[in-house]
Design a protein around this ligand. Structure first.
Ligand SMILES: Nc1ncnc2c1ncn2[C@@H]1O[C@H](COP(=O)(O)OP(=O)(O)OP(=O)(O)O)[C@@H](O)[C@H]1O
Length: 271
């Protein structure tokens, strides 16, 4: 069974090349973690005293304003960052999907990038060979798949990346929002694949500013504020407190139809 436990974890970033004179101004800003400058080197405390326990089946949305610590927390949960203080234990294979472009090489073809990106996300070569045709069809990129990736537009790259990401079998799926650059029709198609991907994964943590995505994929949420967990609970409760209004009352007709009325009434993210 997959699980993630984090105990009293903090993550600091020492900034060796900061201009200390302008730090006072920065510390007064509303966005971002706390900047300490007692020592010679300023330190940004991106995460402070985080204790979280996630288990198989959890579908957790991660919310908070810019700089609140969502991306840093995802990196801590994936094992990419070690806690500066405190500890963490991750049981299961993690697929970190933070930046759709990571693991892509502009000089090789779309087909080759499909393989490389799949291997990067923990798939075997044989498994990827079986999936490549299905991914190619999904992207609708046709002959472009034989061309180097540098000839693709941003949206075309995202199509390719989404095709690969939604074909994997993750034990722990950690998603950072970055999937907005495709046209509406393609997104509608990708949504179904994303939903299947989430169903297949043992544990999901999804950082997103989009209510529509959160209600569709998650049933609980963590609200990050200035590097701390401000609230951890049911999705509807957390989003309502964070946003000051019930997100389920402002969903598009399309999302409501997809979720089904009973799920919306219970505040369950469509599971
Ligand atoms: N590599 C880094 N070096 C220094 N500081 C960092 C680094 N990464 C993040 N931070 C700082 O940590 C804090 C949390 O940043 P993080 O990227 O986790 O926020 P976020 O909630 O994901 O924001 P956004 O919604 O804008 O993506 C911010 O103050 C940011 O400046």
């Amino acid at each position: 069974m997959v699980s993630i436990d984090v105990w009293n974890a903090s993550v600091d970033f020492p900034i060796f090349d900061a201009k200390s004179r302008s730090l006072k101004k920065l510390a007064l800003g509303k966005v971002g973690g706390k900047i300490g400058s007692e020592g010679k080197v300023p330190i940004i405390e991106a995460l402070h005293d985080i204790t979280i326990s996630l288990r198989h089946g959890d579908r957790v949305g991660l919310v908070g304003h810019n700089g609140a610590g969502k991306s840093t927390l995802l990196r801590l949960l994936s094992g990419i960052y070690e806690p500066t203080r405190g500890s963490s234990r991750i049981v299961g294979k993690v697929a970190p999907v933070f930046d759709l472009g990571v693991g892509m090489d502009p000089e090789i073809s779309g087909y080759e990038n499909i393989m490389i990106r799949g291997l990067f996300l923990g798939m075997g070569r044989k498994e990827m060979e079986k999936r490549v045709d299905d991914i190619a069809e999904f992207t609708e990129l046709g002959d472009y798949l034989s061309m180097p990736l540098r000839t693709y537009s941003t949206g075309m790259r995202v199509r390719l990346a989404l095709g690969v990401v939604t074909s994997i079998n993750p034990e722990i799926l950690l998603l950072d929002e970055g999937i907005g650059a495709v046209d509406a029709a393609f997104m509608a198609k990708a949504r179904d694949r994303l939903k299947d991907l989430v169903k297949r994964s043992g544990l999901l943590v999804f950082a997103s500013h989009s209510d529509e995505f959160l209600v569709e994929f998650c049933d609980s949420a963590i609200w990050m504020d200035e590097g701390r967990v401000k609230m951890h609970g049911g999705l509807r409760e957390v989003l309502t407190t964070y946003k000051g209004r019930d997100p389920f009352e402002h969903l598009s007709e399309e999302t409501l139809a997809r979720l089904g009325q009973s799920n919306v009434m219970s505040g369950n993210g469509g599971e």
